[in-house]
Design a protein around this ligand. Structure first.
Ligand SMILES: [Zn+2]
Length: 137
C-alpha cells in the first residue's frame, strides 16, 4: 500500500491509499479520483508520503533472510578468528611475507587500506574482503 497526498484544483488537500503507484495513474486516467471536499476530478499528487506498508508476510521473510545472512557472516568471522592469525599493523607487509615465503604457511587477516589493496592486487596477491559483523547485537 502506498499513501499519496492529493490536491484538487481548489487546493483542497486530502490523503488516499492505493495498492501501488500505477493504480493511482490508472484511476486518475479514468477520472475515478475526486476531491472529498468539492468533488472536483482535477486532482494532482502532492508530496508523497514516505510511508510504505509491506504486508506482514513480506516483512517477516525479509527479517529472517537478514538474520540468516548475519548468522552466516558471524560464522565466517568465527572461522577466520579460529583459523587465521590477526595482524593488527602492517597487514600489507605481513601478507607479502607470507606470500613470497613458500615455507610460511600462515593464514592471516587484518585491515588493509584501499591503496594497499590496489598495490597487492597489482602484485598478484588476491585478498578477500569480508563484512565484519558485530557478534553481540
Ligand atoms: Zn476540492
Amino acid at each position: 500500500m502506498i499513501k499519496y497526498n492529493l490536491k484538487c484544483e481548489n487546493k483542497h488537500e486530502f490523503e488516499s491509499w492505493f495498492s501501488e503507484s500505477k493504480e493511482y495513474e490508472r484511476l486518475k486516467k479514468k477520472k475515478l479520483i475526486e476531491c472529498i471536499f468539492c468533488g472536483s476530478k482535477k486532482i494532482e499528487k502532492s508530496i508523497m508520503s514516505p510511508r510504505i506498508l509491506n504486508s506482514k508476510s513480506t516483512k517477516v521473510s525479509e527479517n529472517q533472510d537478514l538474520k540468516k545472512f548475519k548468522r552466516d557472516l558471524i560464522n565466517v568471522r568465527k572461522f577466520v578468528e579460529k583459523n587465521f592469525e590477526f595482524v593488527e599493523h602492517n597487514f600489507a607487509d605481513k601478507i607479502r611475507e607470507v606470500y613470497y615465503n613458500k615455507n610460511n604457511k600462515r593464514n592471516i587477516y587484518g585491515v588493509a587500506t584501499d591503496k594497499e589493496k590496489e598495490d597487492l592486487k597489482e602484485e598478484g596477491i588476491d585478498l578477500i574482503s569480508i563484512p565484519w559483523v558485530e557478534k553481540d547485537n
